[in-house]
Design a protein around this ligand. Sequence first.
Ligand code: F6P
Length: 401
Amino acid sequence: MTNTPTSTNDRKPKRIGILTSGGDCPGLNAVIRAVVKVATNKYGWEVYGIPYGTDGFIDLLLNKRHPEELRIKEHGYDIPGLVQGLDILHFLSGSVLGSVNKGNPSQHADEILQGYEKLGLNALIVMGGDGSIEILNNLARKADELGKPWNWVAVPKTIDNDVPYTEVSVGFDTAVNHVTQALYDLTFTAASHDRVMVVQVMGRDAGYLAMESGIAGCSDAILIPELTPILDENTIEGICQHISQLRWQGRRFALIVVAEGVKNHLGQKEHYIGDYLANQIQEYSSKLCGTGQPEYSNLDKIDTRVTTLGHLQRGGTPTSTDRLLATAFGREAVELIANGNYNQMVIWQNGRVSSVPISHVVEQIAIARKQKIAPSRVEPHSFLVCTARDIGIYIGERTGG
Ligand code: F6P
């Protein structure tokens, strides 16, 4: 795909589109707000919100929607009464544009490209995770082949935090906070009943959400696909031994975080891997206790409970970190367009916002897909993993004793 950035800002008024694709997460609307503010205040452009991802282009083509309906004004959506002018988009979670995470837009590439053309867009900002970025990139290729217009930049968003090249994606921090809060809330009921609380956390094939919230939430064990891809007997035994040690030390309850991407002992995906894990812990601890070895004598009354946090992890008002990231990403996306620097994804690296060619991102995604792993993964030697290990969290390794 050819993309030659213009050397200076092209000051001609532009018409840009913005859409959200894939699963929602907190912070999407804050990106929209920032884009609208920078595009309209700084450049005097028009911004159009495309409803339900690329489906919105098809609706436009079929005249199911009128372009003027899609125009987003500076303050997002007008709110009547005393709160008129409230910058509501900054705080709202979900996507006011709607989003779609199923279907295959490639099958409707022609209609989507025609819809883009019909709206007369100069450029499009896409907020998406790995899957959406890959799909939209295929559309961009198709446009290139057909000589159709399709200028785009991507903004990474996902609570899984698994988009390559960016250290963090929009929505992740809020999700980490939710899980951390849930662990805190579970601590006292766990302690009151001497229970082992297993908490199943989202993240698809990546363990970032489980690892960061597990450390922040004071958990005793964190199981992530990068370190414990399957719950084999060794891992279960390790957890039970860890729980036993904790009990001898006086901590009679335990918090175990398991990422949804961890698989059962046969390497199969379980919808409720938390339940599976709790059963395994229950059974194995009885077995260990039955050996009569004194170190396991405290395991006989282990009582497990499971919490699957589910879509609560995608809700709530975005944290300040997510609002800041969303705002900085939104601004950068507009700046890329102003400079004619298309086919780029904005990223956060080393404390600042920049961008990388989408082709690089897509390359990494394709490699990961072949290997059936997350495109960005928790590195086994990362500071996160070392931190967890060194403070005594069980991460699938024997801690001795
Ligand atoms: O990718 C975000 C995510 O929330 C994953 O963590 C989770 O596995 C998946 O989406 C859930 O998807 P759905 O909303 O379709 O159930």
